[in-house]
Ligand binder design. Structure first.
Ligand code: FAD
Ligand code: NAD
Length: 480
């Protein structure tokens, strides 16, 4: 039998796996990086990068269409679907190319192209028939889109984010199932690119927001432009000659029947742990099949098996996958000595227009704490810079802790949220109080002045003493 023994095996050469590889390869040459699919990572191939490329085209179309507001007349906007998708694909290929180049820079003898499956804690069966023995293993197998039972059997008309960026041209119409992060980002972009779109959510959810007031404002704003019903109930989907017929009840319980060329399933992603043969190991798993592990070490139980990235089903985000890969790699190297590493402040940005962001654990989690949470707010309707830009819509809620005055997090729908989210995440990680934050400089006229309004509002509600924004220096001024 073709069998090989090494010290380290990493399953999956995505963002987390590549990061773990780099960490381990600094210490050992006895390592194998196993990839079953194509090199290039989910982020570059079908995730962060192509989605933002599509959104960039949609934003440009939207800006040109609305140039009128500034007295700039554009007679007719035409969307060339083939040209849009050509740029998306070619820029995507460029990003993927860099990643593939990096992987090819790893030693050839370290790389295996096959799917891996556990036979026991230390034995992997590869899809090419080989057996690999490894003392320590990192699971970095990522996640994949789920398709709800409602759409099963209709696969030729159902797409996921894995398929969309391969399009040669834009379709005529798409029903988007799911108003989470992917559904909102891609649904709004397609709508702006001239595709007839309807986004179907459920329970009023928008992009993972949890603050009821911010959720309501986001729902209101998106509905002014894009056909969206986050309280719909799609009951049945059936095949038609030219697409799929959706039978659904809207938020007011009225029945509708509408035909679309395609349905985009944006109903969540599942961790790639179900085909790993984990039942052959000593690991215990949660109800999603994810091995119980310590999120701060990546270690599964007390075994020499570590897990990182989307496979953990914790925070399926790029920077988290990268950090977790590094931690898993380091701890695999030093096993049985395993260290806990602090997480960065939680941050999520959703690239809709207006953008959404969550910093910290989010409103729902904060309101479940024993100590009460105080909320400061700003409405961007009259905010100076936002109005100048014609982007004056949105709501920011900032949260603070009574007594200590500590900043706890934020949720927002509004202009340039990606930048405010970073200021706030850095403040949170630095353990700043709301008063500390107000002592920082704010230029004029900028969107950050809107943040200052929210922080002042929070400061007042927290009943903090002193004049916010001023730092009194020690001593008194003596005049002789
Ligand atoms: C449409 C979309 C947009 C996104 N946008 C953003 C964004 O804007 N910002 C952000 O932070 N995040 C975004 N994400 C999330 C981000 O892409 C993921 O969190 C990240 O790519 C996960 O990295 P990973 O290393 O865990 O998984 P992956 O990059 O998926 O790597 C896992 C690898 O494991 C391989 N594999 C699986 N099973 C096996 C096996 N048994 N044997 C061998 N190999 C195996 C797979 O083929 C794959 O190559 C987006 C995701 C999607 C889908
Ligand atoms: N900007 C970003 O950072 C970014 C962008 C895209 C994806 N991602 C990552 O990818 C992950 C997956 O994204 P996603 O949008 O697939 O998942 P998600 O969990 O954000 O959203 C899925 C949504 O679909 C809804 N849903 C499920 N079944 C449904 C049904 N039958 N009908 C109607 N709605 C239904 C759920 O209620 C939920 O709101 C995200 O959690 C995120 O971590 C991040």
């Amino acid at each position: 039998m073709n069998q090989e023994s090494v010290t380290f095996a990493i399953i999956g050469a995505g963002t987390a796996g590549m990061r773990a590889y780099r960490e381990i390869a600094r210490h050992s040459d006895s390592i194998r990086l196993i990839e079953g699919g194509r090199y290039g990572t989910t982020c570059a191939r079908v995730g962060c990068m192509p989605s933002k490329l599509l959104i960039a085209a949609a934003e440009r179309a939207h800006q040109v269409r609305h140039a009128d507001l500034f007295g700039v007349r554009v007679p007719e906007v035409q969307i060339d679907g083939r040209a849009v998708m050509k740029r998306v694909r070619s820029e995507r290929d460029r990003f993927v190319g860099f990643v593939v180049e990096t992987v090819h820079g790893f030693k050839e003898e370290h790389r295996i192209q096959a799917f891996a499956r556990f036979l026991d804690n230390h034995t992997l069966k590869l899809s090419d028939g080989r057996i690999l023995k490894a003392e320590r293993v990192v699971i970095a197998t990522g996640s994949r889109p789920t398709v709800p039972p409602l759409l099963q059997g209709l696969e030729d008309r159902v797409i996921t984010s894995d398929d969309l960026f391969e399009w040669e041209d834009l379709p005529k119409s798409v029903a988007v199932l799911g108003s989470g992060v992917i559904g909102l980002e891609l649904g709004q972009a397609l709508h702006r690119l001239g595709v007839r779109v309807k986004i179907f959510g459920r329970n009023g959810r928008v992009g993972g927001l949890t603050d009821p007031a911010v959720v309501a404002e986001a729902n209101r704003i998106f509905a002014t432009e894009t056909p969206i019903d986050t309280r719909a109930r799609v009951e049945r989907v059936e095949r038609a000659d030219n697409g799929l017929i959706l039978h659904y009840f809207d938020g007011d319980n009225r029945e509708h029947i509408e035909t679309f060329e395609l349905v985009l399933a944006a109903t969540g992603r599942m961790p790639n742990v179900d085909r790993l043969g984990l039942e052959n190991t000593s690991l215990t798993c949660d109800d999603r099949g994810v091995p119980h592990h310590d999120p701060l070490t990546g270690q599964c139980g007390d075994s020499p098996i570590f897990i990182a990235g989307d496979a953990t089903h914790e925070l399926p985000l790029l920077h988290e996958a990268s950090d977790e890969g590094q931690v898993a790699g380091l701890n695999a190297v030093h096993y049985p000595e395993v260290h806990r590493y602090a997480k960065r402040a939680p941050i999520t940005v959703i690239f809709t227009d207006p953008q959404l962001m969550i910093v910290g654990p989010g409103h729902r989690a904060l309101s479940q704490r024993a100590t009460p949470v105080v909320t400061g707010a700003v409405d961007f309707g009259d905010q100076g810079r936002s109005r100048i830009l014609g982007e004056n819509r949105g709501l920011l809620h900032v949260y603070g802790e009574p007594v200590t005055g500590r900043f706890l997090g934020a949720e927002m729908v509004g202009p340039r949220a990606e930048h405010l989210a970073h200021l706030l995440a850095w403040s949170l990680q630095s353990n700043l109080t709301v008063a500390d934050m107000l002592e920082r400089p704010f230029y004029h006229p900028v969107i950050e002045e809107g943040l200052r309004t929210a922080l002042r509002n929070l400061h007042a509600k927290l009943g903090q003493e002193g004049s916010p924004g001023l730092r009194r220096l020690n001593g008194t001024v003596s005049r002789d």
